[in-house]
Design a protein around this ligand. Structure first.
Ligand code: AMP
Length: 417
């Protein structure tokens, strides 16, 4: 199958080729045709499946089929949960629209609004935004959404997790009811379905079984280790294995900062990325990591979705997540676009229960190793460090129901909507 056969115009096919893609991914093959037909689409797709092009390409085609309006009001709005994802989606929109007469810009909080406002004033066809800054600029009368024809909610589950439900509802009130609404989500909770029922019109449901892009292509390894020996073990694995480009997850922001210091002391270049870092610091850390200047990016779960780091070879769970679905999202950062990856989890005694939860979710037992000198402490308690938070998203209050993560192909069909 080719992009052309999906009904995409020459300008878009050319732009896609320029990115080096010749075959649509499953989610692209499924979502592009109904979007081109003007239908609402409800898509279950994780990051790494090519979902961004799945909604961006047909959206750009629909917009380019009409004459641009004189003042260039916003005709397509893409909402994303995080600044990083907004920036990435904007980059994709720019890449894919390079041969079209369409303008796009991105707005998000944490940075000066002036440059964003001046871009908006010049007129843009496609706006990518995080909800907070969008509402803020709208409240200041600096933005109009009254001409929006296409709305995309990207990583809708993440938006609800982050407490954006009220903002989303508010934004819906600013957009014409007569519109095309595309909702992309990695998981489907009751709240996501409610959102779709409320804001979509007879949506076409599409699902992607990511092929060779997620869990199956990832080698997973657990090291049982004493808590206080985790840093030493990580340094050993990185140094002796000559690992490069490693994304490490820690449970807390403080833990991320501490680990960066210790890695740097061991002469391993590292940077942290989490919610307490300024936007400038986050962008710098990510750019350094992508360019190879920074070997280890230490992140909290904020980075577990939406970061576009192609071909990431290593993901390390310095602490395994207490919400099992986060494990799937975290390790989904590796083994992308057909490349294989290694996902390593350092598990101390108090994380035993979380490891079992994860194995239950993914439907397989993970291989366990113990390295000499880094043995687990036989006297350590196996009591979870935070039992009341087991299986629940800590900062989320607006969500109910279970996430249906898709851990593996064999489980996928059973667990999906
Ligand atoms: P996404 O799920 O949108 O974050 O995309 C995941 C990665 O796959 C990104 O690095 C894209 O640039 C890349 N990608 C998107 N579409 C294709 C395709 N058809 N073939 C190969 N790679 C792709």
């Amino acid at each position: 199958m080719s992009f052309k056969s999906l009904g995409l115009s020459e300008a878009l096919v050319k732009a896609v080729s320029a990115q080096g893609y010749d075959t649509p991914t499953p989610i692209q093959a499924k979502s592009i045709p109904p979007v081109l037909e003007g239908k609402d689409v409800l898509a279950s797709a994780q990051t790494g499946t090519g979902k961004t092009a799945g909604f961006t390409l047909p959206m750009l085609q629909l917009l380019s089929q009409q004459q641009p309006l004189r003042k260039r009001p916003v005709r397509a709005l893409i909402l994303t949960p995080t600044r990083e994802l907004a920036a990435q989606v904007h980059k994709n929109v720019k890449d894919y629209s390079q041969f079209l007469d369409l303008r796009s810009t991105v707005i998000f909080g944490g940075v000066n609004q002036k440059p964003q406002v001046s871009k908006l004033k010049n007129g843009v066809d496609v706006l990518i935004a995080t909800p907070g800054r969008l509402i803020d600029l709208n409240n200041q009368g600096l933005l109009s959404l009254s001409e929006v024809e296409i709305l995309v909610l990207d990583e809708a589950d993440r938006m609800l997790d982050m407490g954006f439900l009220r903002d989303i509802k508010k934004i819906m009130g600013l957009i014409p009811k007569q519109r095309q609404t595309l909702l992309f989500s990695a998981t489907f909770s009751k709240d996501i379905r409610k959102l779709a029922n409320e804001f979509q019109n007879n949506p076409v449901s599409v699902e992607s079984t990511p092929e060779n892009t997620t869990v199956e292509a990832i080698e997973q390894q657990v090291y049982r280790v004493a808590k206080e020996k985790k840093t030493g073990l990580l340094i050993k694995l990185i140094s002796e294995g000559n690992w490069e480009q490693i994304l490490v997850f820690t449970r807390t922001k403080h833990g991320a900062n501490k680990l960066v210091k210790k890695l740097e002391a061991a002469k391993i270049s590292a940077a942290a990325i989490h919610g307490n870092k300024s936007q400038a610091a986050r962008t710098k850390a990510l750019a350094g990591f992508k360019s190879g200047q920074v070997n280890v990016l230490v992140a909290t779960d904020i980075a577990s979705r939406g970061l576009d780091i192609p071909l990431l070879p290593y993901v390390v769970n310095f602490e395994i997540p207490n919400v099992s679905e986060d494990y799937v999202h975290r390790i989904g950062r590796t083994g992308r676009a057909g490349a294989s990856g290694l996902a390593v989890s350092l598990v101390s005694a108090d994380e035993t229960v979380f490891l079992r939860d994860i194995e239950k979710l993914i439907g397989e037992k993970l291989p366990v190793e113990i390295l000499e000198g880094f043995e687990p402490d036989p006297n350590a308690s196996t009591k979870p460090f935070n039992p009341q938070k087991r299986g629940r998203k800590p900062r989320h209050n607006s969500r109910s129901g279970n996430h249906n993560a898709r851990p593996s192909k064999s489980n996928a069909n059973k667990s999906r909507r």
